[in-house]
Design a protein around this ligand. Sequence first.
Ligand SMILES: [Zn+2]
Length: 88
Amino acid sequence: MKELGVDSFFHIKGKQMQKFIVNKNAQNNGDHEVHNATTGCTYMPNSENQVEAGFHSTCAGAVAEVKRNNPTHRINGCYYCCNACHTS
Ligand SMILES: [Zn+2]
């Protein structure tokens, strides 16, 4: 019997997806920071302050999704783990 093709499924998807979380609490400047939970981050908020931001291939996708779901909040990438998405 043929095994289920889980591995090939992930290969077909190509880019590896990474898990992101966003800090429930804002920084001093009002930004809610997005962190990469797959690579981990020294500045990751405590687990009770983490809100799931989904799986994305880049931090830009995570920031965009969180912004879409929270249009009234300021969302920014963490300087340390999402530097490409850090703007302020
Ligand atoms: Zn971070």
